[in-house]
Structures are given as structure tokens and as C-alpha cells.
Ligand binder design. Structure first.
Ligand SMILES: *[C@@H]1O[C@H](CO)[C@@H](O)[C@H](O)[C@H]1NC(C)=O
Ligand SMILES: *[C@@H]1O[C@H](CO)[C@@H](O)[C@H](O)[C@H]1NC(C)=O
Ligand SMILES: *[C@@H]1O[C@H](CO)[C@@H](O)[C@H](O)[C@H]1NC(C)=O
Ligand SMILES: *[C@@H]1O[C@H](CO)[C@@H](O)[C@H](O)[C@H]1NC(C)=O
Ligand SMILES: *[C@@H]1O[C@H](CO)[C@@H](O)[C@H](O)[C@H]1NC(C)=O
Length: 289
């Protein structure tokens, strides 16, 4: 786990490979906008008019006041970096923080969101906390409320181990399965008073596994609290099982030459091209040999 913290460049390289491998297959619905800036928008996602996406949850807001334009998830301010027809998307999400100065608490940001149709990938993200007087936890909802988190205490900058998620300055844990709801909370034992000289803040964030490499220098980086990290969300169609979905042909999303599969995370289903065909199984004749 700590080892993974160091594989930053390798992970970024593999992200590029994934983007290259899947982008040829992604297609928008005919007549709909295919890109927003550099982001390909494959159906069931879409932007613009309601025929372009399967559901309001899959609507992408393309903001052209940025150059290049940036894609956002429906009505949220969550930025989308990549959409895969294989049932996941990569977003960019801000770091949460809890900062102190010599008179006590100085600033606090408890990032969080609720996304009914998207699940935080339990296999491809790590919840990460950094700090030396730090409890950081996520509270969320998976049918019922849950809470899970990280604890990190250290007393001297020399103890801090760079590039590690071992618990000396940096802690990483898995995120449970089925989470649609993400809320950060922080605690500290001495309000950072014993470590103020080198660690005034606790930071917490969910990040794509392998992307974040911890360094002692992040503790005193005045811009660390403004950072955003990539995070993987899983998406599915509807909330029915494959069996239930097939009995509802009007709304069944899997088109010719494709099959329904159960998702690894969350309720609903996904579609997959069959018989060596490739393409977009959610579009009519989207799967091509
Ligand atoms: C686009 O982004 C700008 C800057 O953040 C914001 O002011 C504007 O409201 C956004 N427009 C849309 C259509 O989302
Ligand atoms: C500590 O932070 C608070 C809130 O930002 C600020 O009002 C106060 O002046 C700061 N104290 C010192 C000693 O910097
Ligand atoms: C960790 O990284 C920081 C900044 O890059 C450096 O100053 C420090 O000496 C490193 N610590 C160790 C134990 O390597
Ligand atoms: C779209 O939303 C409706 C109503 O909320 C829901 O019944 C349906 O399952 C959703 N479809 C997909 C593809 O998620
Ligand atoms: C499935 O989604 C529909 C529409 O969003 C909702 O009305 C229904 O209660 C959901 N079914 C279950 C079992 O949660």
C-alpha cells in the first residue's frame, strides 16, 4: 500500500494508455456533440439536448468559458477528466483541510458530495490523509451511514517518511464498496500545537490509486489546500438487475451484439460488446467487428 504511493509516474503513464485504448471505441449518439474540449463524451453520457444522454444523471455540462472548454457532471461543479464506456469516469476533486495557527483553528474545508447514480470506486481509489496531529475520516451512506478513516501522529519532521502511506505523516486506506456519498471530517488531538512549525494542517482526500506521492514538503506548501486530485467513479444503468432489465425491453440499454453484465460496484447493470466486436454497446449498431 505504501509502496503504491511512489508509483506516481508509472500510474500517470498507464492512465494515458487507458485513454488511448478506449477513445477509439467511444461514440456519442448521432447528431450529438462528441467532445468537450479534449474530453470524449460517449453515450449514455451526452451534452446539449435531452436526446443526447440516457438520463439527467448522464448529462455533461460543457463550459466553453474555459479555454479549452471543461466538462462538468450534470448540475455539479465536479470536473470530468475522462469518461469510459466500460463503466467508470475520472473526475477531479478538491482536497479537504483543517488548519491551525498559534491562536487556534484558522481555516477548514470539509469537501463532500452526494451522487445518487455514481459510486466511488472501491478498487481504484484510496482515501488519503496527511498530517502529524490528524484524524481524518469519511462519513457516507451505503444503504446506511458508515464512517471510516485514517489516523496519523508524529512529533518531529525528521520522523516523516516521504513517498509512504505507512502512517508516519501519511495514511492511506481503502474505500468501502457501494459508496455514493462522500463527506470529510477532521479531528486533531492537540490542535497541531505541538507540530505547528512543520505541520499546521491536516489534509484529506480520495485519490486514484497510485497517483499521489507523499512528501514532507506538502505540509508547508501554501497551495496544497487548493489542489484537486483525480478520483474514479463507477457508473451503472438504472437500478435493476440484468434479469429485471431484460424484462423491460422499452428501457433496456444494451443494443445489438451486446450483453448485459452485473457491475462490480453498485446497483444496476452495464452492457458489453459480444463476439469480439468493439465499440459502444449503448448505441444501436454501436458494437462493430
Ligand atoms: C462556466 O464557468 C464560469 C467560471 O467558473 C462560471 O462563472 C459560469 O457560470 C460557468 N457557466 C456554465 C454554463 O456553467
Ligand atoms: C489565525 O487564523 C485566524 C482565522 O484565519 C485569524 O483571524 C487570526 O488572526 C490568525 N492568528 C494568527 C496569530 O495568525
Ligand atoms: C522528504 O522530502 C523533503 C522535501 O522534498 C526533504 O526536505 C526531506 O529531507 C525528505 N525527507 C526524507 C526523510 O527523505
Ligand atoms: C433514469 O432515471 C429514471 C428516473 O429517475 C430511472 O427510473 C431510470 O432507471 C434511470 N435510467 C438510467 C439509465 O439510469
Ligand atoms: C429504482 O429507481 C426508481 C427511479 O429512480 C425508483 O423509483 C425505485 O424506487 C428504485 N428501486 C429501488 C428498488 O430502489
Amino acid at each position: 500500500m505504501g509502496f503504491r504511493c511512489m508509483l506516481m509516474e508509472l500510474a500517470l503513464f498507464s492512465i494515458k494508455l487507458t485513454v488511448m485504448a478506449t477513445s477509439f471505441a467511444a461514440e456519442a449518439k448521432p447528431g450529438c456533440q462528441t467532445h468537450c474540449g479534449g474530453i470524449t463524451i460517449p453515450y449514455p453520457f451526452g451534452t446539449g439536448s435531452a436526446e443526447c444522454y440516457i438520463n439527467e444523471s448522464f448529462s455533461i455540462r460543457c463550459n466553453t468559458s474555459f479555454d479549452p472548454p471543461r466538462a462538468f457532471l450534470t448540475t455539479t461543479d465536479i470536473e470530468v477528466l475522462h469518461i469510459s464506456v466500460d463503466g467508470y469516469l475520472r473526475i477531479r476533486y478538491p482536497v479537504g483541510y483543517d488548519c491551525y495557527n498559534s491562536s487556534g483553528s484558522s481555516s477548514y474545508f470539509n469537501a463532500g458530495f452526494t451522487l445518487e447514480k455514481f459510486y466511488i470506486s472501491h478498487t481504484r481509489n484510496k482515501f488519503t490523509a496527511i498530517g502529524c496531529d490528524t484524524y481524518a475520516y469519511i462519513e457516507g451512506f451505503v444503504g446506511r451511514t458508515y464512517s471510516t478513516g485514517c489516523v496519523s501522529f508524529c512529533y518531529d519532521a525528521a520522523e516523516v517518511v516521504n513517498g509512504s502511506g505507512s502512517g508516519i505523516g501519511c495514511c492511506q486506506i481503502d474505500i468501502p464498496k457501494g459508496v455514493t456519498d462522500y463527506r470529510l471530517s477532521f479531528g486533531s488531538y492537540w490542535s497541531h500545537s505541538k507540530v505547528l512549525s512543520f505541520n499546521p494542517c491536516s489534509y484529506g482526500f480520495a485519490v486514484e490509486d497510485g497517483v499521489y506521492g507523499f512528501s514532507l514538503s506538502h505540509f508547508l506548501d501554501p497551495d496544497f489546500g487548493k489542489k484537486k486530485f483525480p478520483m474514479i467513479l463507477d457508473w451503472t444503468i438504472g437500478n435493476q438487475s440484468c434479469t429485471e432489465a431484460r424484462m423491460d425491453p422499452q428501457n433496456y440499454a444494451c443494443k445489438e451484439n451486446s450483453a448485459c453484465i452485473a457491475p462490480a460496484n453498485g446497483r444496476g447493470y452495464l452492457c458489453k460488446c459480444l463476439h469480439g466486436s468493439k465499440g459502444n454497446p449503448y448505441l444501436s449498431h454501436g458494437c462493430q467487428i
